[in-house]
Design a protein around this ligand. Structure first.
Ligand SMILES: [Zn+2]
Ligand SMILES: [Zn+2]
Length: 166
């Protein structure tokens, strides 16, 4: 993703590293932070992006890590349960992204090039709280996803000849 930098928000400071958080979560469940899981968490939290499980498997192999597909899938589930990752249902795939150490935000998804753009909007939060209050709900989160075509794709698909005719 070439525009990755501009599409994302700045991380927020957290006291514990994702590895420490994950170890605590696993200990409560009576599980261990195995070496493949450690490799996975380090790799995932190295950079913020929206990735799916298959992409992560490919990435790990390219980086020379030997982590089985089933370990990747199972660990992703655990990381979501632990509150470290958040699942994002896009039109054509299920993506994951950092939740721990990253501000709450919403997304725009380009259905032409699959680019995902993050944004924060106070108006949406106000609306969410007002609707929740109306229904006696205590909101703990929300998902707001705009599907459409990004500016670059729109430009690419606008025939130039039309301008020539004017
Ligand atoms: Zn696009
Ligand atoms: Zn995001």
């Amino acid at each position: 993703m070439a525009d990755a930098q501009r599409d994302q928000l700045a991380p927020v400071a957290v006291s514990d590293s994702p590895l420490v958080k994950f170890r605590e979560f696993l200990e409560i469940r009576g599980e261990k932070l195995t070496e493949p899981r450690r490799v996975l968490v380090r790799h995932i939290f190295n950079s913020h992006k929206h990735f799916d499980a298959d992409e992560l498997v490919r990435d790990l192999h390219d980086a020379g890590h030997q982590v089985s597909r089933s370990t990747v899938y199972r660990t992703l589930r655990l990381l979501v349960e632990a509150g470290l990752l958040r699942e994002l249902r896009l039109t054509n795939r299920n993506a994951f992204e950092h939740d721990y150490g990253y501000p709450a935000h919403d997304h725009l998804h380009c259905t032409a090039c699959n680019r995902v753009v993050e944004f924060r909007n106070e108006e949406i939060l106000r609306l969410r709280d007002a609707i929740s209050l109306e229904h006696g709900f205590r909101p703990t989160g929300h998902r707001f996803l705009i599907d459409g075509v990004c500016a670059a794709c729109s430009r690419a698909h606008t025939p130039r000849r039309r301008l020539d005719l004017i």
